[in-house]
Design a protein around this ligand. Structure first.
Ligand code: LLP
Length: 387
């Protein structure tokens, strides 16, 4: 298909640019999140009538103000650890437990116990949990995560389906699970699957719901099909923007085929990737063997995605936003690792120099939440822009 240019990023508006320069002066590296952008994404998904329940996957970005913003837009919150559940109740004290979903993977049983006591929805994804801790689960209403035998996503490291994957109950053990659940008087009300992150294949959704509905009918008591997250965002001008209208139309068709079930989604990236930028200062500009290299005070400790997944994030020189981007630079961080590279080659203004404020774009999802203090570097600061 034709490649449409992406929306002009919010941070290029002159007023925003000024504000970002002020925030950068308070110290970098710093993540900055624009809450209006988060609300815009929430409202886009709220407008899709085929979706009955929306949970935000807080692992993408668990800043309390983002949690409160999305809760205020009617979103539930999906958590993968007891720590995330506690953060949700601390950040959004009035949230009803029905709007919280716990979808752990190999969590200690003590976390299941603590979270079940909170009354939130809990997803189990294997038979062994019921066999080893029957009294924890007896008589409960639970959701079941199934491995549909195939996965997807922007990189093999975010593919969560198939034999090699640790996630979900094997289709081969569904009958065994049903028998174990019956014996414990457990009612399975939701079937869950999440096959990967950053899914571009538009046929994915229909295929997965058809497959999930088959399992749901075998189980019998299922009301909800939770199709996970995985909505992509365009990180570069070469990426096709996600066609939300086509996706919504596809879901409406799916709903028409499977009217017995409510549909739930759990997007993370889509909600917050574009709301966030990482501000950093250039530390040094160095020429070596014909390569011009600009170093930043943010490295893979601040934003791991390029090092871990070869992910692309656009990089701009905020101090020289009006200058032509006409010279190739390699952009690197201060960490003692060869993978501490944000871009092998990106066009930046020729005058780019130490002290310039550099901006790494679309960093709101899996940015701060995956940051570390490797090399004894401080965690990035976080700032919010709200209108
Ligand atoms: N639901 C479950 C059960 C998940 O495991 C995830 C993400 C989501 C929902 C949200 O997926 P999203 O809509 O964000 O694709 N760190 C990687 C992504 C890992 C995703 C892990 N699970 C990255 O930066 O690309």
């Amino acid at each position: 298909g034709s490649i449409r240019p992406r929306q002009t990023p919010w941070w290029q508006a002159p007023a925003r640019q000024q504000r970002l320069l002020e925030l950068a002066a308070q110290g970098t590296p710093a993540y900055v999140y624009d809450l209006d952008k988060v609300r815009e994404r929430a409202r886009q998904l709220n407008a899709i009538s085929a979706i009955d329940r929306r949970f935000y996957a807080i692992k993408a970005n668990s800043h309390p103000q983002i949690l409160r913003t999305l809760a205020a837009e009617g979103f539930g919150l999906e958590c993968v650890s007891q720590g995330e559940v506690e953060l949700v109740f601390a950040s959004v004290p009035d949230i009803s437990p029905e709007r919280v979903l716990f979808t752990p993977s190999f969590a200690p049983i003590t976390e299941y116990q603590a979270v079940l006591a909170r009354g939130v929805n809990v997803t189990v994804d294997n038979v062994e949990l019921l066999q080893n801790w029957p009294e924890v689960f007896r008589g409960r209403k639970l959701w079941l995560r199934i491995d549909l035998g195939h996965g997807d996503g922007h990189h093999k490291k975010v593919n969560t389906g198939g034999k090699e994957s640790k996630f979900g109950l094997s289709a081969l053990r569904v009958d065994e699970f049903i028998a174990a659940a019956r014996a414990l008087d457990i009612r399975i009300t939701g079937v869950h699957a999440h096959l990967g992150s950053g899914i571009e294949n538009s046929g994915h959704w229909k295929q997965m719901v058809d497959e999930m509905a088959g399992f749901a009918r075998r189980i019998g008591s299922v009301e909800i099909l939770d199709i996970g997250g995985g909505l992509p965002v365009p990180y570069s001008d070469d990426d096709e923007p996600f066609d939300l209208e086509a996706w919504a139309a596809g879901l409406a068709d799916i709903k028409a085929v499977h009217p017995a079930f409510q549909l739930a989604i759990e997007p993370g990236r889509f909600m917050v990737a574009e709301c966030g930028v990482l501000l950093t200062h250039a530390t040094q500009v160095v020429e070596k063997d014909g390569v011009r290299r600009v170093g930043l005070d943010a490295g893979m400790n601040a934003l791991l995605r390029p090092a871990l997944y070869d992910a692309w994030h656009d990089i701009a020189n905020l101090s020289r936003l009006g200058d032509a981007r006409d010279v190739d630079f390699s952009v690197v961080g201060p960490i003692c690792e060869s993978s501490d590279v944000f871009a092998q080659r990106v066009k930046l203004p020729a005058a780019t120099a130490h002290g310039d404020v550099m901006l790494i774009a679309d960093a709101g999802a899996y940015g701060f939440s995956m940051a570390s203090t490797y090399n004894q570097r401080a965690l990035p600061r976080e700032d919010i822009i709200d209108a």
